[in-house]
Design a protein around this ligand. Structure first.
Ligand SMILES: Nc1ncnc2c1ncn2[C@@H]1O[C@H](COP(=O)(O)OP(=O)(O)OP(=O)(O)O)[C@@H](O)[C@H]1O
Length: 261
C-alpha cells in the first residue's frame, strides 16, 4: 500500500533519514516515533506529495505519491482555526464527506445522518453548530479526526492526533482510528511522541533519532539496547502494567515518554 525505497531526506547538512525502505500494508497500524525535529512530519509530507525526496521513491498503491489524492486521509498537526473562521463544526466534517464532489452536491438526509454519526463518534455532537474558531484546541482536533475519517481513506496519515485531548477523548479518537484500520483495512501511519495511548493497537514502529532509524514491532524496537544505540547514549526502557517508560533520554531531546498516561 505505502512503499518507500532507498528514501533519503536532508535539509542543509542535517540528515533526517537515508536509505529508508518501508512497506506499510493494508490494515496495518504503523507508528512513527522520535524526538522533535527527527523528521516525522517530513515523512508524512513526502507521502502527501508535499515534500520531495532527495533520492529514492515513494509510492502509494503502486503509483508515485501526488498531492490531493482522495485515497489519503490526513489529520494534520494541530493548528488553531482563526476565531473568525466562517464554518460551523458540522460544516468542517461535512467537507470531509462531500469535499470531493464538485458541482452537484449530495446534501440530503443521508449527508446529515453521516455527519451527525461522525460528530457523535468523536464526542462533538454538543458543539455541532458552534463556529470552529471558538472551540478549544482539543475540540477542534476531534473535528479534524472526524473529517479525515469521513472520506474512508485507504491510507490514513495522522500527525500527533491525540495532542491536547483529555484521556477520555484520546481513547475515543485512537479507538476510531484503530477501527478504521481493522474494519476498513486502511493503512494507518500515526506520528506520535507517546506510544502508550496506542500501544495496544500498534503493529510496527519506525523510530527516528539523530539521522538513524529502526523499524519493527514495538517489543523489538522499544528496548534499552535499540534506543541507546539510536540516541548514542544510555537509555533505559522499563515496562510497567503494559506501558513503556523511557528514561535517560539525552537532555537535548524533548521527548515525553515518561509523562505518558
Ligand atoms: N522545508 C524545510 N526546509 C528546511 N528545513 C526543514 C523543512 N521542513 C522541515 N525542516 C527541518 O527538518 C527537521 C525535521 O522536521 P519535522 O517537522 O519533520 O520534525 P518532527 O520529527 O515532525 O518534529 P516534531 O516532533 O517537533 O513535530 C526540523 O529540524 C525542521 O526544521
Amino acid at each position: 500500500m505505502v512503499r518507500l525505497r532507498s528514501a533519503s531526506l536532508s535539509f542543509g547538512d542535517r540528515v533526517l533519514w537515508q536509505n529508508l525502505d518501508l512497506d506499510i500494508r493494508k490494515g496495518e497500524f504503523f507508528a512513527v516515533l522520535g524526538p522533535n525535529g527527527s523528521g516525522k512530519t517530513s515523512l508524512l509530507k513526502v507521502l502527501l506529495g508535499l515534500q520531495q525526496l532527495d533520492s529514492g521513491t515513494a509510492t502509494i498503491n503502486g503509483a508515485a505519491v501526488r498531492r490531493g489524492s482522495r485515497d489519503i486521509g490526513y489529520i494534520p498537526q494541530q493548528k488553531s482555526f482563526p476565531p473568525e473562521t466562517p464554518l460551523r463544526a458540522r460544516d468542517l466534517v461535512g467537507l470531509g464527506v462531500d469535499g470531493h464532489r464538485w458541482g452537484l452536491r449530495w446534501r440530503g438526509r443521508d449527508f446529515k445522518a453521516t455527519v451527525d454519526a461522525l460528530l457523535e463518534k468523536v464526542g462533538a455532537s454538543a458543539y455541532a453548530d458552534a463556529p470552529v474558531g471558538r472551540l478549544s484546541g482539543g475540540e477542534q482536533q476531534r473535528l479534524r479526526a472526524a473529517q479525515a475519517l469521513a472520506t474512508n481513506p485507504q491510507v490514513l496519515l495522522c500527525d500527533e492526533p491525540l495532542l491536547s485531548l483529555d484521556l477520555h477523548h484520546q481513547q475515543a479518537v485512537s479507538g476510531l482510528i484503530n477501527a478504521q484500520c481493522r474494519v476498513n483495512e486502511s493503512a494507518v501511519v500515526f506520528v506520535t511522541h507517546e506510544i502508550n495511548p496506542i500501544i495496544d493497537y500498534v503493529d510496527r514502529v519506525l523510530y527516528l533519532a539523530d539521522g538513524q532509524f529502526r523499524i519493527g514491532p514495538p517489543h523489538e524496537v522499544m528496548t534499552s539496547e535499540v534506543l541507546s544505540e539510536l540516541y548514542r547514549s544510555n537509555v533505559e526502557v522499563l515496562h510497567s502494567k503494559g506501558r513503556i517508560i523511557v528514561v535517560g533520554l539525552p537532555d537535548d531531546t524533548t521527548h515525553h515518554h515518561a509523562e505518558g498516561h
